[in-house]
Design a protein around this ligand. Structure first.
Ligand code: SF4
Length: 449
């Protein structure tokens, strides 16, 4: 099992970092914020974060420091930081693991972001059912407040920052940044049109830096050790590590245990998928493995020939998947990929907020067409209609959800065309696992004239 350096997660057997004392003793905790506010200007902190090639871990992969620069440069009497600890894909264990096991590092990352952009108020936005994580971070906040590490005039300086914890659960859409802003304001959570972007016009119409919890938890490591040390791990374009949640449905004994406890690992960007699986303790994959799904609910399925793909934003996207939520799933060899694509698309159709037509109706129609194909009611033209939806939905959608929603269909068709062919031409499931779900065809029209 390859040993990788862990920077934001704690492994079994490593010291418990939940108390302030332990975080200070074992990780030089809060030395980064002390160093920043006593020795560095906010611009210097931002430069280090840019030099460290810290890309947003929430999915889009934009350089965190560049986003901070926009917030920093925008004139305003008040600015905010939002730490996205929501885990839109409920099968991702990244945010809850960091909140539960390393809350002080998350708080220190939020403080550094606030110092860098000039914010004095921050929100930690999470899922209300992460009860252990919320308890752990609230305990850590109370300790940090008593030690004058959070609140007014931190460590006797002019830098002040309060941190509020907000817990909600509105399904997948709660992970979207403009939805979080609306919910903090007490409004209905629906994505908003951009531009203007939250970096200029965010919470209460003020410049707001919204970063994923994992992005922020990496910032103390950068400030403490320097950008060069940070980029000693990673690739030429992406510095550092990524937290992944690995579900092995190939070797699990109880096949119905789809929500069984996964393996949560931290791997360097650039490690191949094969190395990642080995690190997660899954040594033998070929033969039993049908597909590896990378990116969670909105990710794409890759064949075993892609196991040597390096894990980084660009190579993973070129292969058809996304870094996304960091959920990686192993599907057994007897998985019908048409059936898998149908399940995924149905799930996404249910989770769409419905605000814009291409996503609300397009994803639903894609699911309907796939239901027809697995029920052996498919017609040769169905794939043309599905292809049109797969390009129309991302192009016409308001938020990233719609942009990624067709990935399941697109990758299933790209890598397993024979599965579609067999269902449509021979009216048979290639693995004998699909159960018909429709008695009649789902009738829809071409989208484009
Ligand atoms: S793309 Fe989908 S999830 Fe996003 S705003 Fe439109 S309907 Fe809602």
């Amino acid at each position: 099992m390859p040993e990788f350096e862990y920077r934001v997660l704690r492994r079994r057997g490593e010291p418990d970092l939940r108390s302030l004392d332990s975080y200070r003793r074992n990780l030089a905790g809060y030395s980064a914020i002390e160093k920043a506010i006593s020795e560095q200007t906010p611009d210097q902190v931002i430069s280090q974060v840019i030099d460290a090639k810290l890309r947003g871990r929430g999915g889009a992969g934009r350089l965190a420091g560049e986003k901070w620069l926009i917030v920093r440069q925008y004139e305003s009497d008040q600015k905010y930081v939002i730490c996205n600890a929501y885990d839109a894909d409920p099968r991702s264990w990244a945010a809850r693991s960091m909140l539960e096991r390393n809350p002080h590092q998350v708080i220190e990352g939020i403080l550094l972001a606030a110092y860098a952009v000039g914010a004095s108020e921050a929100y930690l936005f999470t899922r209300s059912f992460f009860t252990e994580g919320i308890a752990s971070v609230q305990q850590a906040l109370s300790e940090a407040l008593d030690a004058n590490l959070v609140g007014r005039d931190i460590l006797g300086t002019e830098f002040s920052c309060t941190i509020n914890v907000v817990g909600v659960d509105i399904g997948f859409m709660g992970g979207e940044e403009t939805v979080q802003i609306a919910l903090i304001k007490g409004r209905r959570g629906m994505p908003e049109q951009r531009p203007p972007f939250p970096a200029q016009y965010g919470l209460w119409d003020k410049p707001t830096a919204i970063n994923c919890i994992e992005t922020l938890a990496n910032v103390p490591v950068i400030v403490r050790n320097g950008a060069q040390a940070f980029t000693s791990v990673g690739t030429a374009t992406t510095g550092g590590t990524k937290v992944l949640t690995v579900y092995d449905y190939v070797h699990v004994l109880d096949k119905s245990a789809l929500y069984s406890e996964p393996k949560v690992v931290e791997v360097p960007f650039g490690a191949t998928l094969r190395e990642i699986l080995r690190h997660a303790g899954i040594a033998r994959v070929e033969g039993d493995l049908g597909a590896i799904v990378v990116g969670g609910a909105e990710g794409g399925a890759l064949p075993t020939s892609a196991l040597d793909t390096p894990f980084d934003y660009d190579p993973i996207e070129e292969a058809g998947a996304i870094v996304g939520s960091g959920v990686v799933e192993l599907l057994p060899a007897n998985t019908c990929m048409v059936g898998w694509a149908m399940d995924r698309t149905r799930y996404l159709s249910d989770e769409s907020c419905g605000k814009c037509v291409p996503c609300r109706l397009g994803v639903k129609r894609m699911a309907g067409l796939l239901e027809g194909i697995i029920s052996d009611l498919g017609k040769s033209d169905d794939l043309n209609v599905l292809d049109e939806f797969a390009s129309y939905v991302p192009n016409g959608s308001l938020c990233g959800f719609g942009v990624q929603a067709p990935n399941a269909y697109k990758t299933a068709k790209r890598y397993w065309p024979d599965h579609f062919k067999m269902h449509m031409e021979e009216q048979q499931c290639p693995t004998g696992t699909c159960v018909p779900v429709r008695a009649h065809r789902y009738v829809t029209k071409h989208v484009l004239p």
